[in-house]
Design a protein around this ligand. Structure first.
Ligand code: ARG
Ligand code: ZN
Length: 892
């Protein structure tokens, strides 16, 4: 039975204070929870209330209320928690003291308290705390926590949230009755919901630093890792200090404890977790060295460190009232981390990367059976809603708001939000009210972005009348599961005009589309865009190739919509060469490539010279940022092309898409052979590695060129890739070379894959890469290769990173292999999902989403996938997590 937003009620009982005691033991950890409960005055009128606490997989060892042991018949324990009838409770307030026992070693789901490579750690968001002790495990119950941890002598580091009380930040040795034990006590004065609780214990070492806040508070910083990894923490630490400064400078937010800690953990379901003062990270988003991490890894580390740090204000100080409000913290925090990355690196390249990611992950979700609003209204399993829609589309919604109210409006609204709601558990309505009150703007219609699922289509119609343009924008959102009717959204559309000589005729101008259909008269000479009282009729004919200027639309990707604008290839090339908005410039090239791919697939059209020429001019434009050039030379992905085909009412054939992409890359590689080789040579690496954005951009462009040369079958490129692999002084270049060799099935691949494994077999992050480069090779018989790799001794499938590095990478990033016509790819992935499900439902359910776009493909593929979905649905004991995803995919 789903949980519904409409059923929200405030809690009967609030918590004033929590004291937890842990006696750590791998299979029998004793947890004592002392909780001060108080009746919620908001619900006092309802009379006496039972005490209902959440709890799962806990062994009950008894409880006391105000010091009196609770009679066995006073408490009713069921699979989801316990109830103490009101008759057994002292009226208004009481202290609950409860002992439970848990088995961290048996916890393979990695939710609650578990053990990863000998180290105790926790993951409580969303509902993991209930696997630690009985508690009102809901985010609107906030309390200060004191935590005492006791462990055997050989576990020297005992951490929890807040500031150290005893143990000096590690632990102290205590001798009781001849046994030597470690003890530490932590206190977190900031009231928090249980999902932000964290405990870590193990033989860990710290990489330490300090930070002085704007107001002069001295903060101790520590990144905890397993011994041997301390040399790989410097970049994460640097990113942390830059994040702390950035939040002060851009949002006026300072850190609020004496210490901030990060712990790297090998077994982790997600990326990282913002537990108050004690962030816990998937090790792959902390550890980096030039020899083991790629530029992309560095970039991800920077943005995730920032993301989790920014949660301290947007998530922790102000949290969510209930889990339907998840986007309140996630959408806003993603928006903040994207802005941070844009400030640290290149703003246009960051924007392009964010849009590419949105289209790759969120658009398919929004257009398929798993579509849901940014703020969902019901769920079966909340962990299934940590989605690209909640996170990335949620961030786009904040970005649109920021664009509509301008930078001062955004800052004023956020200041008001922090001031008004500090210490509270809030809703989207309260957040929205801050923008309305600070900016004097009615956001009633805008709020549909949070409640209405689906990607809006905006059709662009242009009619030139001499020197003025009549522009009509029409919006439509297709139905999504459970939402047949869609209302018009407020869509900010940033436009500009580029004259046929390449000069800008109208600088960026923001239009607000609020109706189903609306027109503007745009006079570039006067620089005006005047709304017309009535929408203009649809213009006749084809793409408007006759006007004095070309319309650049949705500059900066001003809304998460699909913009349909008919345009000739020549006009796309004009914008690719001259648009003043870097995003729109990239987008013109992207649309151009999509048009070329679709023509190749539908009409078997040749790859036009004009297209390769246009990219050739861009490639050799030394005035352009190499990172931008690399992005512009990257083709649309196979899944995006499938989405285009399906969006136009067709069915996608994965082999045809693969063939078109290969032909396009080969055409670029052969027709631009000279310039590609010259660019490679001009950018050849020298000197020590630095992960900065400029150096990374040069490597990205050079490796992009190498790949295109190899796509054309150039023997020199094969040799260059071998030499690059053999001599690289960093993982970015080594990995890029290995990918070229492996993905183009070159003879140099096999010995180098073996050498790579031999050299890096002790490094989990690099072994993951070794699996992934092979899992994603678009070669014949891919499923058989995956099966062989799965038999490798290093394939520790219970480790989520390792499972994702092989099975996940194959399902999500090898479209040719996954969609093989014989169904072997679908079968292999399903077999593995069914094996993982009883062990780790969260990770299984997430990867099951690999099938979400199944309706886009040709009937033979649909039949094969349907059979696998049916097989999963028919599996007895399938987890609630995976069942919800599978059923939604079958139904949609
Ligand atoms: N709040 C974390 C973040 O976005 C994500 C944790 C989600 N974990 C989960 N099991 N649902 O930073
Ligand atoms: Zn987050």
């Amino acid at each position: 039975t789903p949980t519904r937003l409409a059923d929200y009620r405030p809690p009967y009982w609030l918590v004033d204070r929590v004291r937890l005691e842990f006696e750590l033991d791998p299979t029998a950890t004793r947890v004592t929870a002392e909780i001060e409960f108080r009746r919620n005055p908001e619900r006092a009128a309802e009379g006496p209330a039972d005490l209902r606490l959440d709890g799962r997989s806990l062994i009950w060892r008894g409880a006391k209320i105000d010091g009196t042991p609770l009679a066995d018949d006073a408490v009713a324990i069921d699979g989801e928690g316990l109830t103490v009838a009101a008759a057994h409770l002292p009226g208004e307030r009481f202290t609950w003291r409860c002992e439970t026992e848990i088995d961290p070693a048996a916890n393979t789901a990695l939710e609650g308290l578990y053990i990863s490579k000998g180290m105790y750690c926790t993951q409580c968001e969303a509902e993991g705390f209930r696997k630690i002790t009985f508690y009102p495990d809901r985010p609107d119950v906030m309390a200060p926590f004191e935590v005492r941890i006791e462990a055997p002598e050989e576990i020297p580091v005992l951490l929890s949230n807040g500031n150290p009380v005893t143990g000096g930040g590690t632990s102290e040795l205590v001798v009781t009755g001849g046994t030597r034990r470690r003890v530490a006590v932590w206190h977190d004065p900031h009231p928090k919901p249980a999902y932000l609780f964290a405990l870590v214990a193990g033989d860990l070492v710290a990489h330490r630093d300090r930070f002085t806040t704007a107001s002069g508070r001295d903060v101790e910083l520590a990144i905890w890792v397993r011994p041997g990894d301390e040399a790989k923490c410097a970049y994460a630490m640097d990113a942390l200090k830059r994040s702390m400064r950035w939040d002060e400078e851009t949002h006026g937010r300072e850190y609020d404890l004496d210490i901030f800690q990060i712990v790297a953990v090998d077994d982790f379901n997600m990326g990282a977790m913002e537990n108050k003062g004690l962030n816990i990270f998937n090790a792959k988003y902390v550890l980096a060295s030039p020899e083991t991490a790629t530029d992309q890894d560095y970039e991800r580390i920077e943005s995730i460190v920032a993301h989790e740090y920014f949660h301290n204000w947007t998530g922790n100080r102000i949290t969510c009232r209930d889990w339907f409000q998840l986007c309140l913290k996630e959408g806003l925090t993603v928006y903040r981390d994207q802005r941070f990355s844009a400030d640290m690196r290149s703003e246009p390249v960051q924007r392009i990367a964010d849009v590419v990611a949105l289209r790759a992950a969120q658009f398919p979700e929004d257009q398929g059976p798993l579509a849901h609003p940014v703020r969902p209204e019901e769920y079966v399993e909340i962990n299934n809603f940590y989605t690209a829609t909640v996170y990335e589309k949620g961030a786009e919604v904040i970005g649109m708001l920021a664009r509509l109210v301008g930078p001062e409006g955004y800052r004023a609204a956020l200041d008001l939000y922090f001031e008004r709601h500090d210490g509270q558990a809030c809703t989207i309505e309260q957040f929205r009210a801050c923008f309305e009150d600070a900016c004097g703007r009615d956001l009633t219609q805008f709020a549909r972005w949070w409640s209405q699922a689906g990607t809006p289509r905006v059709t662009v119609e242009e009619a030139w009348e001499g020197e003025t343009l009549v522009l009509t924008l029409a919006q439509e959102t297709p139905p999504t599961p459970g939402q047949a009717e869609k209302a018009p959204l407020v869509i900010p559309v940033a436009i500009g005009l580029i004259g046929r000589d390449g000069a800008e005729m109208l600088p960026t101008t923001l239009l607000e589309l609020t109706e189903a259909r609306q027109s503007w008269r745009i006079a570039p000479a006067a620089g005006t865009a005047e709304p017309l009282p009535e929408p203009a009729p649809a213009p006749e004919g084809n793409a408007p190739a006759d006007g004095p200027a070309v319309l650049s639309v949705a500059r900066g990707f001003s809304a998460p919509a699909i913009f349909r604008q008919r345009m000739t290839a020549a006009d796309r090339a004009l914008l690719l060469a001259h648009d003043t908005d870097p995003f729109a410039r990239w987008e013109a090239g992207h649309r151009y490539a999509l048009d070329v791919a679709l023509a190749a697939i539908r009409e078997d059209a040749a790859i036009p010279e004009a297209w390769t020429d246009a990219l050739g001019r861009l490639l050799t434009d030394a005035g352009l940022d190499p990172a931008f050039r690399s992005r512009a030379l990257t083709l649309p992905g196979a899944d995006e092309i499938a989405g285009e085909i399906a969006g136009a009412g067709g069915l996608a054939d994965p082999e045809a898409i693969h063939a078109a992409r290969s032909a396009m890359r080969a055409a670029l590689g052969s027709r631009l052979a000279g310039p590609l080789a010259e660019t490679c040579a001009a950018l050849a690496g020298s000197g020590p590695y630095s992960p900065d954005a400029a150096a990374a951009g040069r490597r990205a462009l050079r490796n992009r060129c190498l790949d295109l040369r190899a796509a054309a079958g150039s023997p020199e490129a094969a040799e260059a890739a071998e030499a690059q692999f053999d001599t690289a002084n960093n993982m970015t270049d080594r990995m890029a070379a290995l990918t070229v060799l492996a993905h183009h099935d070159l003879p140099g691949a096999a010995p180098r894959l073996a050498a790579f494994h031999a050299r890096f077999q002790g490094d989990a992050q690099v072994v993951d890469k070794w699996f992934t480069v092979q899992a994603t090779a678009p070669l014949d018989g891919a499923a058989g290769r995956i099966a062989a790799l799965a038999a490798h001794p290093a394939f520790d499938w219970k480790n989520p990173n390792r499972f994702r590095s092989l099975i996940g990478a194959f399902a999500m990033a090898n479209p040719r292999g996954f969609h093989a016509a014989d169904g072997a790819g679908y079968r292999l992935v399903t077999d593995w999902l069914l094996r993982l499900d009883p062990v780790n439902p969260q990770t299984t359910a997430r990867l099951a989403g690999a099938f979400e776009s199944w309706r886009r493909y040709t009937p033979d593929r649909q039949r094969l996938i349907r059979a696998e979905l049916d097989r999963m649905a028919a599996t007895p004991g399938l987890s609630k997590n995976t069942r919800e995803i599978v059923e939604r995919m079958r139904g949609g």
